[in-house]
Design a protein around this ligand. Structure first.
Ligand SMILES: O=C(O)CCC(=O)N[C@@H](CCC(=O)O)C(=O)O
Ligand SMILES: [Zn+2]
Length: 337
């Protein structure tokens, strides 16, 4: 197999390949750009106009999607998968991947959309590099389709195993068509954001005009221990997307897809922050109105008021100033276009 198809192996070994460009027998070009970054270009005659950014390892211990991207890239390098799309494969935080940790100094997924400029350290530098790699990949050309899936797994178990977070931008509506595509790929729920964010998918959505999603695909486990994370539907959907075989027929349907909106983000303001939830609580657990969810400095109290509220990503260990959980509520999808 072509050496560049082993991007994951090269990345984990911290090895820069001597040959930066390789061609598969059918003329697909693989180009190594940087640590954990590789561009795939189909032969011009097969290019269908889709620019597809696939990222994983933004959190280094979320290995199931990293392994899936490795399988897809190896399939391309072996000439088994024949791309019609341009693709950028990115492993977000190589050093955290090598250590098997979410991050080393700070969460890289809180450093996008310019946040890295107010910070320092290699995760800030890497966030800046990832922005440049993505911006260069999508380029200035109009008339092409831009799509980004940033693939993650969650710290805790979840009542809804596979779900997406859809970023927000002023004046831009969320797309039913994209949600239908996600539904077909096994995604069971989508959280529609309603304010700007500093995550990677929020950057490519708002700054680069891509359709972009964070996908949560199960519980985070170490390399080689992902037997319980079933990515078959998503992997098949991505293979079809890469090869331009995707066929979505008839009227878009969202049947079976649960939609949620953000009601409130719980922000940890101080070291006095206390989250009143069991340590093993699952994502999407319902919380009744009147429940005292959290307390913080200066008698701040987070009381549940919303009907049908659920909690996702509760985490009292985040740094002060960051999100320690999201309260979400069911959404009827009326704003989708
Ligand atoms: O399980 C958790 O608590 C966090 C899982 C995770 O890493 N989620 C992403 C979501 C990104 C987004 O809001 O689009 C994150 O927190 O970075
Ligand atoms: Zn993550």
């Amino acid at each position: 197999m072509l050496v560049l198809g082993k991007l994951l192996e090269l990345t984990l070994a911290g090895h820069e390949p001597s040959a930066k460009i390789q061609l598969t027998p059918d003329g697909t070009r693989l180009r190594w750009l940087d640590e954990g970054a590789l561009e795939v270009t189909p032969p011009a005659a097969r290019d269908n106009g889709l620019d597809l950014l696939l990222s994983a390892g933004i959190h280094g211990n979320e290995t199931a999607p990293i392994e899936m991207l490795d399988r897809l890239l190896r399939g391309i390098a072996r000439n088994e998968l024949r791309p019609a799309a341009r693709i950028l494969f990115l492993f977000g935080n190589p050093e955290a991947m090598r250590r098997g940790e979410r991050f080393v100094e700070q969460d890289i997924n809180r450093l996008f959309s310019g946040r890295h400029e107010q910070s320092s350290g290699f995760e800030a530098i890497r966030a800046c590099d990832l922005e440049h790699l993505s911006a260069t990949f999508f380029g200035k050309e109009t008339g092409r389709t831009r799509l980004h899936y940033d693939l993650h797994t969650a710290i805790r178990g979840s009542k809804i195993e596979q779900f997406a977070l859809y970023p927000w931008q002023e004046g831009r509506a969320h797309s039913r068509r994209e949600l239908e595509r996600l539904r077909a790929a096994g995604i069971e729920a989508v959280l529609l954001q309603n304010k700007p964010s500093i995550t990677f998918s929020a950057y490519t959505y708002a700054q680069l005009g891509a359709e972009a999603f964070t996908l949560e695909l199960g519980k985070a486990r170490a390399f080689g221990q992902n037997q319980l994370v079933n990515l078959d539907l998503l992997e098949n959907a991505l293979q079809a997307l890469i090869e331009g075989r995707e066929v979505v027929s008839g009227e878009p349907t969202l049947d079976g897809l649960q939609l949620f909106a953000v009601s409130r983000e719980i922000i940890k303001h101080s070291d006095s922050f206390q989250l009143h939830l069991p340590a093993d609580i699952e994502n999407f657990t319902e919380l009744k109105p009147g429940y005292l969810l959290a307390e913080d400095i200066a008698d701040t109290r987070w009381l549940v008021e919303e009907q049908g509220a659920r909690i996702i990503f509760p985490n009292p260990r985040v740094k002060n100033g960051l999100r320690a959980g999201i309260l979400i509520v069911p959404d009827d999808g009326a704003s989708l276009v």
